[in-house]
Design a protein around this ligand. Structure first.
Ligand code: AMP
Length: 254
């Protein structure tokens, strides 16, 4: 049986106990609504470490749109089932108040790469992400923490933050898991209606086409997407688009 831990002190103690005898701990932070993309991270954490833990916390500080936060899917029972079947030993499931006891007076700001792409379109997003990740890593102090390459900008910002603050956690990037038609798995995909779901895989195929970003933007708009950005950076092409109310992000290597 997986152990579900709500208290920060209890989670700290559980993690200390697991690693006390030199055992390794793998950690997968999530916002829940788990799918096969999360599962790949969980299985990797399970197979590469003596102990494995995950967290579910829908982090309010990384949303600039209260409606987006409100609509984020929450599927706790199914999530616990997946975590158990992936062999995860403990789930950390804290309350908002316990994670932000001083409100949001203290936060982590990166002031270069975080201002581009996602950061330019979602006000304060990466302050929220980096702050919650730092808090979770300080609570759990894992040997390794697992992040999806689907959120490439997040992955590199977390990796560099860990270096900047001398944390003893190795950040592992995991390949994007896709539907058979190429659409990157995302908790938000449940909001696509059947018509939008048909168009959605074009996002990945256009990003992978090798055309210049300006041309890709034109093709995406012609396919019915509203485009936030398509840009080459960090040896990749990264994009964010909207289909109705649903926002999708993806990236591929150049
Ligand atoms: P989230 O619950 O959306 O915050 O995601 C938790 C972790 O799962 C993040 O590190 C994501 O990058 C990763 N993730 C989400 N979707 C996928 C996917 N399709 N393939 C691989 N990793 C993913």
């Amino acid at each position: 049986m997986i152990r579900v831990i709500r208290s920060i002190d209890e989670m700290k103690q559980w993690c200390r106990e697991q690693t006390g005898d030199g055992c390794s701990l793998g950690f997968v932070p999530t916002m829940g609504a788990l799918h096969a993309g999360h599962r790949s991270l969980l299985e990797r954490a399970r197979s590469e470490n003596d102990r494995a833990a995950a967290s579910i916390f829908v982090n309010p500080t990384q949303y600039d749109d209260p409606e987006d936060l409100e609509n984020y899917p929450r599927t706790f029972d199914a999530d616990v089932e997946m975590l158990e079947s992936a062999g995860i030993d403990a789930l950390f499931f804290p309350s908002d108040d316990s994670i932000y006891p001083t409100d949001y007076r203290y936060r982590v700001t990166e002031n270069q790469e975080s201002e581009l792409l996602e950061g330019a379109h979602r006000n304060g997003h990466f302050d929220g992400v980096l702050t919650i990740v730092l808090k979770l890593l300080l609570i759990t102090r894992p040997t390794r923490a697992y992040f999806g390459e689907k959120d490439w900008q997040q992955y590199i910002l977390v990796r560099d933050m860990v270096k900047a603050f001398f944390l003893d956690t190795e950040i592992i990037g995991c390949p994007t898991v896709r539907e058979a038609d190429g659409l990157a798995l995302s908790s938000r995909n449940v909001h696509l209606d059947p018509e939008q779901r048909k168009i959605a895989p074009r996002f990945h195929s256009i990003l992978s086409s090798g055309a210049e970003p300006g041309e890709q933007r034109r093709q995406l708009e012609a396919a019915g997407f509203e485009v936030d950005y398509v840009e080459k950076r960090w040896g990749r092409v990264l994009g964010a688009v909207r289909l109705g109310e649903t926002r999708l992000i993806d990236n591929v290597p150049l």
